[in-house]
Write a new protein. Structure first.
Length: 132
């Protein structure tokens, strides 16, 4: 998402956090490999962080990968329920976590994430939610 926001000159801040993320976990080696092969490298120094309630409260839009993530946000942070959607919403798809899967699963998930990011940015720009 950050890549496309910057590439398209969109005025937006993109944050990444997890509801139950193991804090401090580094990116999976396949995620690093796949992103690098697509010209969108992930820093090997990146680590996972937990979502802070203030981030959820002040965010314009919250994008999650799977419906159970959406339900967790709605249960724990009801004030964020109206702005929480699947990243694959426009494709009517959940995006599975490939954590214990082979490289090919990471490739497939990359494609879904890429499509979801571009679709959301297209719709957010068309609706005026985001600007350049």
């Amino acid at each position: 998402m950050r890549h496309y926001v910057k590439q398209r000159g969109i005025k937006a801040d993109v944050l990444s956090c997890g509801l139950d993320a193991p804090v401090g976990r580094r990116p999976h080696r396949f995620a690093l490999q796949v992103n690098k092969s697509h010209g969108i490298p992930i820093s090997e120094e990146k680590t996972s962080v937990l979502c802070e309630p203030a981030q959820l409260k002040y965010a314009t839009l919250l994008l999650v990968m799977e419906n159970h993530h959406r339900h967790q946000v709605m249960r724990r942070h009801a004030y964020a329920s109206g702005k929480t959607f699947l990243l694959g919403h426009w494709e009517e798809a959940e995006i599975p976590d490939p954590l214990h899967e082979p490289l090919s699963a990471f490739e497939a998930v990359y494609e879904q994430i890429d499509q979801g990011c571009q679709s959301w940015l297209d719709h957010a720009l068309q609706s005026g939610l985001l600007t350049r």
